[in-house]
Write a protein that binds this ligand. Structure first.
Ligand SMILES: [Fe+2]
Ligand SMILES: [Fe+2]
Length: 190
């Protein structure tokens, strides 16, 4: 595995300054939430640091990564370019950065769509991406308050927010997002 400093230098080169800052902020926030809720803080930090590693890659560069690592996109994925960086990011984290911890790779892989029954680490990264210090959107204060109260209520709010937002913008909803939404709404009820 590359050292943390080597990874940071690659990110500094590959990401726009704002996205690089965001990565550092998500890493810190993921570490904080992990410590609070009993996930591994160091794994959370690394997942946060790397989660957007390919976010500023061109379309061609993303497609090359899919080809190189034999990744076949589903129709929804192929039609939703915003989801690509989570898929290519997980591949780069594993094969280029040499991060072999499958839970970290999986957290990166599902950080845009979420999925049903996420582990604590996966949930922590998903929420940290909403609550990191650089974030500024209408509901950010509510999200930060919820994230400090309970990981589950933060996840519930984030998924409702995502599904509503995708519907309003007439964007496709990945099946994993729908499964995550249904699972959190029904958790404890069935
Ligand atoms: Fe992302
Ligand atoms: Fe992000």
């Amino acid at each position: 595995m590359l050292s943390e400093n080597e990874i940071i230098e690659i990110l500094r080169q590959d990401l726009k300054p704002k996205r690089f800052e965001h990565s550092l902020c998500v890493a810190r926030e993921a570490k904080r939430l992990a410590a609070k809720y009993g996930a591994d803080p160091e794994k959370a930090y690394l997942a946060g640091l790397v989660h957007d590693a390919t976010k500023n890659h061109s379309t061609e560069k993303q497609l090359k990564i899919f080809e190189r690592f034999g990744i076949i996109l589903s129709d929804v994925e192929a039609g939703s370019e915003k989801l690509w960086h989570a898929i290519s990011g997980a591949a780069v984290a594993k094969n280029v950065f040499g991060i072999l911890d499958e839970e970290i790779i999986s957290a990166i892989r599902c950080h845009t769509t979420a999925k049903a029954n996420m582990t604590k680490l996966e949930t922590v990264l998903y929420i940290a991406d909403f609550t990191s210090c650089d974030r500024d959107y209408d509901d950010v204060d509510i999200m930060r308050t919820l994230a400090d109260e309970s990981l589950e209520s933060a996840l519930r709010y984030a998924l409702c927010y995502m599904v509503k937002d995708l519907c309003e913008r007439e964007l496709a909803i990945h099946p994993d997002t729908l499964c995550a939404y249904n699972e959190i709404l029904l958790r404890g009820k069935i």
